[in-house]
Design a protein around this ligand. Structure first.
Ligand code: SF4
Length: 291
């Protein structure tokens, strides 16, 4: 029986006191323990940003990649070893700006990974520039007159791209978030989990006080059906006095990418197969054909 302590790293987090990333770290550890996924059975891939330091503070396999590239690296890792659970953890800048195309293509391909986005609606690590999810008119050091851009709606975009699992959590409710992470980990296919993550230093307008009393849980709505994509689309645009969290959409029936690749379907994961070496004559034939 695993507990949260089995995933505790040796380093102490350097996040600002009160940062929403503490709640996310707790929720990830709770979910892995509850689903009995041992530290060697999970890989957490991160990009660049405050929250991307998360695997530094855990006892798991971790891969800290380039800005905007963790979904690409996670895709490669999962295809090379489809016996490994793979989770991406990165911020809204990394996921919805620098990494936007990877997000869309992973969703439409149904790559079997969890994509957890710490959405604080700001670039925190670089001291408060507006991000793809910042509201229009946001005044920041990089938009002193107010941001002109309309924000990305990650949930609507994921639904449009064909994601088979679309959810939103809240860092101020780690228990509920842990449940969502567990559901995402068990989902066969690409799972987007956008997490409302207060940045208490650079985006004080969206601190805990803003979300408390506004967030409500979709699973507590009597008539909500997460199998209804159009209903999910309508809820994805709800933002104001009421902000939905929970599973917006789930379709576990579509095949994953790896299930459709003949080489991966047959036999063990690639990493467990022997490397077949070419005979020098074969190398010579290839060189003469292509060089
Ligand atoms: Fe968290 Fe914001 Fe501090 Fe970064 S700057 S650690 S996101 S509170």
């Amino acid at each position: 029986m695993l507990t949260r302590k089995d995933f505790a790293g040796r380093e102490r987090p350097t996040w600002c006191p009160g940062c929403g990333n503490y709640g996310i770290l707790t929720a990830v550890q709770m979910a892995l323990a509850k689903h009995n996924i041992a530290p060697h059975e999970i890989l957490i891939v991160t990009g660049i940003g405050c929250g991307s330091k998360l695997p530094h503070y855990m006892r798991v396999n971790g891969f800290h990649t380039l800005h905007g590239r963790p979904v690409a690296v996670a895709t490669g890792a999962r295809l090379a070893n489809h016996g490994l659970r793979v989770m991406v953890v990165h911020g809204d800048g990394d996921g919805y700006a620098e990494g936007l195309s990877h997000f869309v293509h992973a969703a439409r391909r149904n790559i079997n990974i969890v994509d957890l986005v710490q959405d604080n609606r700001i670039y925190g690590l670089t001291r408060g520039q507006y991000s793809p999810t910042s509201e229009q008119g946001k005044r920041t050091p990089s938009s002193p007159e107010g941001s002109i851009d309309r924000p990305v709606n990650p949930l609507a975009l994921a639904l449009t791209a064909g994601a088979t699992f679309v959810a939103r959590g809240y860092a101020g409710d780690p228990k509920h978030l842990a449940w969502l992470i567990g559901e995402a980990l068990e989902h066969p296919g690409y799972a987007l989990l956008d997490v409302l993550q207060p940045c208490v230093v650079w985006n004080r307008g969206y601190a805990y006080e803003f979300y408390q009393g506004r967030v409500y849980k979709l699973e507590e709505e009597a008539d909500y059906d997460p199998g209804d994509r159009e209903a999910a689309w309508r809820r994805a645009w709800e933002w104001g006095d009421r902000i939905p969290i929970g599973i917006f959409y789930r379709d576990p029936t579509l095949p994953t990418y790896e299930e459709q690749v003949p080489t991966l379907r047959e036999g063990p994961p690639l990493v467990h197969r022997p490397v077949e070496r070419l005979h020098p004559d074969q190398v010579e034939a290839l060189l003469s054909e292509h060089c």
